[in-house]
Design a protein around this ligand. Structure first.
Ligand SMILES: Nc1ncnc2c1ncn2[C@@H]1O[C@H](COP(=O)(O)OP(=O)(O)OP(=O)(O)O)[C@@H](O)[C@H]1O
Length: 252
């Protein structure tokens, strides 16, 4: 689905991404782990097209990312970035509706409304749909942003597979919602098999439980990419995080 071929990205001579190659298969959750400053968010920004690699290529379903028109891309690719800030007072429903903008011209259709309602119900924010987004707590805002990106990729797009990019989506959530959200993502994928998810997380337990593959990054490079149990070994964790763990992380 997504193919990175030896991509590098640097600013003022500093490598933020250095020679990264990886394939992300469709229908799977791929989670990126690594210490602060390893280049995880940069990788997400390269895959989303926000940054352009200085070297190497990125292909989405065998098409060069740079050849995909932005408007087409937005119909099948949604991004939940770290920055959830909005400076004007929109209601929760209006924020979720932003996810539908690539799908309609001028006025939202009944279908767009229905999809927003379903997405708000999925993330337990339906009851607060008329609230001012700016008045919400950090965790509530994060659930609204989940509803927005899911509204964007709610339906299959003919001839395209859907892609969801999540950059530290769990930061503001309590432990209940962290697991709840990951379970909802998994359940959604069971009935939406064309979807691929690539996300950045910091919690090794969450990665062990929900990732199909894990990318371990350090110092702008990809250290390891593979099935979660292959990657989350004591040795790999020590190499990258300099932290001793007792055993490999088990899926429970
Ligand atoms: N615009 C920029 N100019 C210079 N350096 C940058 C710029 N953007 C990011 N960096 C640096 O690139 C490195 C990688 O940043 P990135 O945000 O990708 O890391 P990360 O792995 O997502 O880190 P974290 O876990 O802390 O969010 C960091 O050292 C960061 O300071």
């Amino acid at each position: 689905m997504v193919e990175l071929n030896n991509i590098s990205y640097s600013i003022k001579g500093k490598h933020l991404t250095n020679g990264v190659s990886a394939n992300f298969e469709k229908g799977m959750i791929h989670l990126i782990l690594g210490p602060n400053g390893a280049g995880k968010s940069t990788l997400i920004k390269l895959i989303s097209g926000e940054h352009h690699p200085n070297a190497g290529s990125i292909k989405i379903e065998e098409q060069n990312l740079q050849d995909i028109p932005l408007k087409t891309h937005a119909k099948f690719r949604a991004v939940l970035s770290q920055n959830l800030a909005l400076s004007f007072p929109l209601s929760v429903k209006e924020v979720v509706m932003m996810g539908r903008y690539p799908h309609f011209e001028g006025k939202a259709t009944t279908l767009d409304d229905e999809i927003c309602v379903k997405a708000m119900q999925l993330f337990d924010i339906h009851e607060m749909q008329n609230r001012n987004y700016l008045s919400l707590s950090g965790g509530e805002k994060q659930r609204v942003q989940f509803a927005r990106v899911f509204a964007q990729i709610w339906q299959a797009v003919p001839g395209k597979s859907r892609l969801l990019l999540l950059d530290e989506p769990l930061t503001f959530l309590d432990i209940y919602y962290q697991y709840d959200l990951m379970k909802k993502i998994r359940d959604f994928m069971v009935v939406n098999a064309d979807l691929t998810i690539i996300g950045v997380v910091h919690d090794l337990n969450i990665a062990a439980k929900y990732a199909d593959t894990i990318l371990l990054m350090d110092d702008a490079k990809l250290v390891k990419h593979g099935a979660n149990q292959e990657v989350l070994t004591k040795e790999n964790i020590y190499t990258v995080f300099k932290v001793e763990v007792e055993n490999r992380f088990e899926v429970v």
